[in-house]
Ligand binder design. Structure first.
Ligand code: GDD
Length: 391
């Protein structure tokens, strides 16, 4: 893959946020580097792939989609499936396990499967700061909650990088492209605390109630706009640099993943940026908090991929909940003055018929958590998890 090297960036305190970098070529066979593009040769690409664990959150998706996504991720990358799928009355989780077992048998890929609603988490996480993830039946439902477990497993595996790819993707070629964009973007950032977030070239849903390939998802367009306005209101210089507030597809260094705080549910992606802006921008410029990522600072790369992002349609209520949870991450932060709060409320009312205040996201810290201890203990106690080392 060749990425266009971004020339423009905005600096917010210790954060460098780069303008969108397009995928110039999906396959750079024959050329590694021009003056304005960045690509990796085979050996370096392999090195990045083997150091990147890919987390796939799944909750009752069509199994053929999950299978397609798994088949798309380069085999050098270990995969971590975090499932919250039902076990009763139909045991969907059992079928997911079968798919992973067959895949790993054929490929010998390293794969770990954990279930979010596994009671073994209750003992494995008790006494740690992550106890807050729990209810009486394991880790609470929520995409963000599942992603936190994925980070712990990735760290336990010894991965240097962790990437996330949703399991409800109809185009395996796009999932493949995300993985390549992660390896290449993280290499381009070349920094201890860095993150690559995907901007979809086009986006749509299946079944095709609308067959238009849209530039922006509805929620993404609103969250990007609100976040840019919130930053502008502090900086007093207008910005539109944020194009990936809701990017479900993103990757980062494990050092960054273990340092930031994580939000639950669908607030997760927005909150990553909110947390960084609060602690590494506002704290430095306005003295409210300290930035753990100093002196290196944080680099955020936004990559526009080529394949359309086509995922499953889950209805208006789902979209409204996602918008409210995502905008809630901004609403309760120190980025939101009263104008921004009003804007968030009117955005929710006018576009989603959502009349309440957005929900306050649950926030989780990984500070002091020892992933090796937690995951080893979980795997020892669990009768649901699967750790495939050789297939
Ligand atoms: N482990 C786990 N636990 N996985 C979950 C859960 C959960 O409680 N809820 C959903 N997932 C999985 C889904 O199966 C899917 O693979 C992925 O997380 C995304 O969830 P969806 O519910 O399909 O979200 P979406 O496709 O509408 O929205 C996605 O894109 C948005 C940007 O447009 C998500 O990635 C959002 O977080 C993102 O903001």
């Amino acid at each position: 893959m060749l990425l266009r090297i971004p020339v423009k960036f905005d600096r917010f305190g210790a954060i460098l946020m780069y303008d969108v970098s397009e995928v110039v070529s999906l396959d750079n066979l024959g050329l590694v580097r021009g003056d304005t593009v960045f690509g990796l040769n085979r050996d370096v690409l392999l090195d990045y792939a083997s150091k990147t664990a890919i987390v796939i959150p799944v909750k009752d998706e069509d199994l053929s989609l999950l299978e397609g996504v798994i088949s798309a991720i380069p085999l050098a990358s270990p995969i971590i499936i975090v499932s919250a799928s039902s076990t009763d009355p139909v045991n969907v989780y059992k079928h997911e396990l079968e798919i992973i077992k067959t895949h790993s048998k054929l490929t010998k890929r390293r794969a770990i499967v954990v279930h979010q609603r596994d009671e073994a988490w209750n003992e494995a996480l008790s006494g740690t700061i992550l106890e807050e993830l729990l209810d009486s039946k394991g880790v609470r439902y929520g995409k963000g909650e599942g992603m936190v477990l994925g980070v712990l497993v990735a760290s336990w595996l010894g991965a240097r990088y962790v990437g996330f790819i949703d399991s409800d993707n109809y185009i395996p070629g796009s999932a493949h492209e995300y993985a390549l964009a992660y390896y290449t973007g993280l290499a381009m950032a070349n920094s201890r605390y860095s993150m690559v977030r995907i901007v979809w070239h086009y986006k749509s849903k299946m079944p095709p109630s609308d067959i238009i390939l849209r530039k922006w998802g509805r929620v993404s367009a609103h969250t990007n706009s609100v976040l840019n306005k919130a930053i502008t209101s502090y900086r007093r210089i207008e910005t539109d640099v944020v194009k990936t507030a809701n990017s479900g597809e993103h990757a980062m260094t494990i050092d960054l993943a273990m340092s930031i705080r994580w939000a639950g549910k669908y607030a997760i992606e927005t909150y990553q940026l909110v947390y960084l802006l609060e602690s590494c921008y506002l704290s430095l410029e306005f003295g409210e908090r300290t930035c753990e990522m100093l002196p290196e600072g944080v680099k955020i790369i936004q990559v526009m991929t080529r394949n359309p992002h086509i995922h499953s349609e889950k209805g208006d209520e789902h979209i409204a909940r996602m918008a409210a949870e995502s905008l809630g991450a901004i609403f309760y932060s120190s980025l939101a003055n009263s104008d921004i709060k009003t804007l968030i409320k009117s955005t929710l009312i006018e576009n989603y018929h959502y009349y309440e205040d957005p929900p306050r996201p649950p926030i989780y810290s990984l500070e002091g958590v020892d992933p090796s201890k937690v995951i080893s203990r979980y795997l020892m106690l669990s009768s649901m998890a699967l750790d495939i080392t050789t297939g």
